[in-house]
Design a protein around this ligand. Structure first.
Ligand code: PHB
Length: 394
């Protein structure tokens, strides 16, 4: 399923050729070794697409640096997390204690992140989360060595609570997968929406990664809410959008975080028409970094980039900031962390910095599918900063 990405892959470059003419000091020997990056991502199922996006994005960031960071080649080691939370710790250990990676990058799935973060805290391996929004990773379970280049589940969803009220929706049904991300995303929306006077008629949940939506959609039709708020992602998101339209529910506005619609265009353009979402990225953002990134991604992979790719790309950028500051010495963790904490990442999403708990402080955009395109309606909330409640490094 993952094609050529399923094997260990090594970016191009000639290791330490220049150093060969010298009597190697300890540091020079270290300099010749490759930086080992462990990618813990989903290789199959609903989150296979997101896993590929992250992988392509991080590889693009390194390719732009000639395949090297601070003069050192980079080697990727890939482990399939199977989107299985129960195997999170074991799969993380395969990379950290087994492969002894210098950097751990992953996962897509919040349930897997729970186990991964536990191991990252214990082993103090330098870690960058390029997707999973699991709130606690930059909250009570935050750590000096754990960073995130994506979002917290709260951050991507709370802004829509106000948008829904502003649009006059009073009664809403929510629907999601029953796992950490689904629950946290729905809660973030519901808290803001009900604080501002909205009412939740019913909350629905299916086990992850079920896509048997029919019974729920029939019930939504009979409840006749003003709007529906949904989180599904990857191939599950596309299936939900298709089924929602197919049962004739399009007269009830569909809202959600942008995870819902990413990847549905152009194939399900008609079914997705009108869906309103909030996200920290949109394909159509008009800034030089985004234009350059999207063109380079298309040239490298022959397809359009998505936000998973942006998050992977920014994980590569953040890693480079840290390693450059430490002159390529991956063991100099304090120097790497200090530089990463201060980083200003020029992202395709717009420039972002990191909060004290290591989560991006970023604008959340309001987007709508119109005429088969994801249109940016504006900024739903500026510089959204997850409070990182419970984080002790802050
Ligand atoms: C998550 O599990 O945190 C998750 C997965 C897919 C997304 C967003 C969040 O698109």
């Amino acid at each position: 399923m993952f094609g050529p990405l399923n094997r260990r892959s090594v970016l191009t470059g000639i290791a330490g050729a220049a150093a060969l003419g010298f009597v190697p000091t300890r540091f020079a020997i270290g300099q010749q070794a490759k930086i080992k990056v462990g990618l813990l991502l989903s290789h199959g199922g609903a989150y296979a697409g997101p896993g590929i996006g992250v992988t392509n994005g991080i590889k693009l960031a390194l390719a732009e640096r000639g395949g090297k960071i601070a003069g050192r080649e980079v080697e990727f080691v890939m482990v399939d997390d199977e989107s299985n939370p129960a195997k999170g710790p074991e799969n993380t250990h395969r990379l950290v204690t087994g492969e002894k990676v210098d950097f751990l990058v992953g996962p897509v799935h919040s349930g897997v992140a729970m186990g991964m973060v536990k191991v990252a805290r214990e082993t103090e391996v330098l870690t960058i989360i390029p997707n999973a929004g699991f709130n606690a990773a930059t909250g009570p379970l935050c750590a000096k060595n754990i960073f995130r280049t994506s979002f917290s589940n709260w951050q991507a969803n709370a802004p829509m609570g106000k948008v829904a009220i502003d649009r006059g929706y009073k009664n809403v049904v929510t629907i999601t997968w029953k796992y950490a991300a689904g629950e946290e995303m729905i809660n973030a929306f519901v808290d803001r929406f009900t604080d501002l006077g909205g009412k939740v008629v019913k909350q629905m949940a299916l086990p992850f990664p079920d896509t048997e939506f029919q019974a729920h959609l029939t019930e939504i039709a009979s409840l006749k809410p003003d709007a529906v708020y949904a989180f599904f992602a990857g191939s599950g998101g596309s299936k939900f959008i298709k089924d929602y339209a197919a049962v004739g529910l399009k007269s009830i506005p569909l809202l959600g975080p942008g995870f819902l619609t990413d990847g549905v265009l152009p194939d399900y353009a008609e079914a997705a028409e009108g869906i309103l979402t909030t996200l920290h990225y949109a394909d159509a953002l008009d800034n030089p970094e985004n234009h350059k990134f999207r063109a380079a991604y298309k040239a490298a992979y022959g397809k359009e980039a998505d936000f998973y790719a942006v998050q992977g790309y920014d994980a590569g950028q953040l890693m480079a900031v840290g390693l450059d500051a430490a002159k390529g010495d991956a063991a100099a963790k304090a120097a790497i962390i200090a530089a990463m904490e201060k980083a200003e990442i020029k992202s395709p999403r717009g420039t972002f910095t990191l909060s004290k708990s290591h989560n991006p402080i970023q604008d959340v955009y309001l987007r709508q599918v119109k005429g088969g395109k994801e249109v940016v309606l504006g900024v739903a909330q500026k510089a959204v900063n997850d409070p990182g409640t419970g984080c002790k490094i802050a």
